[in-house]
Write a protein that binds this ligand. Structure first.
Ligand SMILES: CCCCCOc1ccc(S(N)(=O)=O)cc1
Ligand SMILES: [Zn+2]
Length: 270
């Protein structure tokens, strides 16, 4: 009888925080970890990239969950595909989620010349040419491609309201809400989809598999401060109460930047 190992608790602060992840998740101490700082003076222009091809349909029914680490919109459409750019294969959208801070001055995982943004959107895709399932691809080199957009406080973003309107249903951990309306996650990306940085890294949360090609758009997306505050309305654990009896809110769910270890960040633009 195979005894499934008990899931190990991890988080973003204290003993279970990022500095100790490697004790139970050894890959967290690897040589190609994410996130990283993008030093724009050291990026290398690569003129060989073909145009990025992002084809999402909006008739995908999906479900929104609070997994205790972020909100996750899982997508089950075989029509949401990504290819081109630095990618050799075709990738299918699996889910998208974000990382954010406790205020508008921090929250993104990657930084640009040391600047941290208020939040960061990750659209997670798996390689359907090389692997038979996302579970297989998630731990293999070239298995995962993550489209990434930085988010800053500014004008309201109407597209995000289609996601935020479901947050009241997922305030508590393991809350789930089904999203059926016509929503195309492409609306969450910046207008300019030709200028991006790309490098090879890892999942930014345990088990930190070194399977990810990051594609990070240069143009920053604006959402309002009120919309950012709605990200922070999610609760971490329904059971765990602060001594004030208040629920603990899910904030600062970003991993610190990791050593580049000689990796070169490529740029699609000069
Ligand atoms: C073996 C099960 C793995 C489940 C976790 O999957 C992940 C974790 C992190 C990312 S992220 N922040 O790097 O986009 C994407 C997907
Ligand atoms: Zn992420």
């Amino acid at each position: 009888k195979s005894h499934e190992s008990k899931p190990v608790a991890w988080g973003y602060e204290g003993d279970i925080g990022p500095c100790n992840w490697h004790k139970y998740f050894p890959k967290a101490g690897g040589k190609r970890q994410s996130p990283i700082d993008i030093d724009t003076s050291a990026t290398q222009y690569d003129g060989s990239f073909k145009p990025l091809r992002i084809h999402y349909d909006s008739h995908m029914c999906s479900s929104l969950t609070n997994n205790g680490h972020t909100f996750c919109m899982s997508v089950n459409s075989d029509q949401c595909n990504l290819s081109g750019g630095p990618l050799e294969d075709k990738y299918r959208l699996l889910q998208f989620h974000c990382h954010w801070g406790s205020d508008d001055t921090k929250g993104s995982e990657h930084t640009v010349d040391g600047h941290q943004y208020a939040a960061e959107l990750h659209l997670v895709h798996w390689n359907t040419d090389k692997f038979k399932s996302a579970d297989e691809a998630i731990e293999k080199n070239q298995g995962i491609a993550v489209l990434t957009a930085f988010i800053k406080a500014g004008k309201e973003h109407r597209g995000w309201n289609h996601v935020l309107s479901h947050f009241k249903d997922i305030k508590k951990v393991q809350g789930t809400s089904t999203v059926n309306e016509d929503f195309n996650p492409k609306c969450l990306l910046p207008e300019n989809q030709t200028d991006y940085w790309t490098y090879e890294g890892s999942l930014t949360t345990p088990p930190c598999h070194e399977s990810v090609r990051f594609i990070i758009f240069k143009e920053v997306v604006e959402v309002s401060s009120e919309q950012l505050a709605q990200f922070r309305s999610l609760c971490v654990c329904s059971s765990r109460k602060r001594d004030t009896g208040e629920d603990e809110h899910l904030v600062d769910n970003f991993r610190p930047i990791q050593p580049l270890n000689g990796r070169v960040v490529k740029a699609s633009f000069q």
